[in-house]
Write a protein that binds this ligand. Structure first.
Ligand code: GLU
Length: 406
């Protein structure tokens, strides 16, 4: 047995035995949860996963199943070494922000107007798969525009950057997300607004059966979420479709300008866009997707490379400049974390090489962003060095860097 492995065994064992419960407790303190596929695979390697106690030889087998995980977790070598303190600070912010009751529910479809306005959830997943969640984190909500970064990444994966950006720009539009406008070349301004997302959808599995295209996208969402269940809200979809005059107008406008690639069936493309908006998730799953983005496209829980690093870099750049509706510039300046907001009150944030955060609270401000969500983000960076350019500030900056041991 290697020295670290043997030291770890000694530190955890009582009378030459490590109890499963004690091991799980130690991992949980560091954010590694029992339903983590790596933990499951580790236990499964012994007697199908039922063993409750481990000898030193058995511990060695567990250890070898998840290279780095036990050692990283139990020697505080994961990306957020003091995970307990991180959780405690985030819980404080969550409690403070829970008291805010400003904002309005969206009214453009009844399904969103009927959501309980009190709902509030925050989930975190680091690039090492350290997770924790607060509030209504098991409730499903439709992702709406939080689908746009994923649709963009999928278009990039299939067509490559040059092709995708011959159909969609990468400049903030300076206009509302569904404005009937295109750039000087007659193309959508960027993939984070409706026209751009409709265009990116047109580039995914072009010519395929609509059912196969949707299956493909759902499968990708699931893979990015480390295998967690991803849902679909049919009522939201039907409602989106029924109230979609503006999106139809955008589609026809782009068709008139010959913006689409050849042989695109406009109705299919619009339907696909409404379906993507109607995908449902919990913050628990959404944070894993966000952490896949933060981790250069590799899902931290499964190690599956879902997106190429260069495509993720493109996506995060556009989330930073265009992800928060008409608050994008202000958000990039003050919070400085690539993020995408949706009209259902979700915000998905990806902090490069640190992790993902998902926030959900349905009451929106006048720009369409979740009031509590934005406030949570602002308070987050007032305590933590998480702004993309915080590393400029040096030692004079006394805020917490969660990447360091305290
Ligand atoms: N599904 C709505 C639309 O396309 C809103 C999407 C959003 O911004 O979250 O108009």
């Amino acid at each position: 047995m290697s020295e670290t492995r043997s030291d770890l065994f000694k530190s955890l064992s009582k009378k030459g035995i490590v109890r499963r419960e004690a091991l799980l407790e130690g991992l949980k303190d560091r954010g590694i949860l029992e339903d983590d596929p790596r933990v499951r695979a580790m236990f499964k390697a012994l007697n199908g996963g039922s063993s409750q106690e481990f000898t030193e030889a058995q511990f060695q087998i567990l250890y070898d199943q998840a290279p780095g995980l036990l050692e990283g977790a139990l020697t505080d070598g994961l990306v957020v070494p003091d995970f307990k303190s991180f959780v405690s600070e985030l819980t404080d912010i969550f409690d403070e922000v829970s008291a805010i009751r400003m904002g309005k529910l969206p009214t453009y479809i009844p399904q969103l107007e009927r959501v309980d306005p009190e709902k509030f959830a925050v989930s975190v997943c680091t690039v090492d798969g350290q997770r924790f969640s607060l509030g209504d984190c098991d409730d499903y909500f439709c992702v709406q525009s939080c689908s746009k970064p994923i649709t963009y990444c999928l278009a990039l994966e299939e067509q490559g950057e040059d092709v995708v950006h011959s159909y969609v720009g990468r400049e903030p539009s300076g206009k509302t997300f569904n404005e009937l406008t295109l750039n000087a070349k007659g193309l959508p301004h960027n993939p984070m607004i409706n026209a751009g997302a409709i265009m990116c959808g047109a580039l995914i599995k072009k010519g395929g059966a609509p059912s196969d295209r949707f299956d493909f996208v759902m499968e990708k969402w699931k893979t990015a979420a480390g295998g967690q269940k991803i849902g679909f809200n049919n009522a939201v979809y039907l409602s989106e479709r029924q109230t979609a005059d503006r999106n139809f107008a955008l589609g026809y406008f782009m068709r008139e300008k010959k913006a689409f690639p050849p042989d695109v069936e406009l109705l299919d493309v619009l339907e696909f866009y409404f379906q993507c908006c109607s995908i449902e998730t919990t913050t628990k799953s959404m944070t894993i997707i966000a952490s896949t983005l933060a981790n250069a496209g590799i899902c931290p829980l499964t190690g599956v490379q879902v997106f190429q690093p260069g495509h993720v870099k493109n996506c995060l750049s556009l989330m930073l400049s265009c992800g928060m509706y008409d608050f994008s510039g202000e958000f990039a300046f003050t919070v400085g974390i690539p993020a995408k907001s949706g009209v259902s009150g979700g915000i998905m944030l990806a902090i490069p090489n640190l992790g993902g955060i998902a926030v959900w609270s349905p009451l929106l401000d006048e720009l369409g962003n979740s009031v509590r969500g934005v406030e949570f983000c602002k308070r987050l960076v007032s305590r933590f060095k998480l702004h993309t350019f915080d590393n400029m500030l040096g030692l004079g900056d006394t805020r917490i860097d969660p990447r360091r041991k305290r």
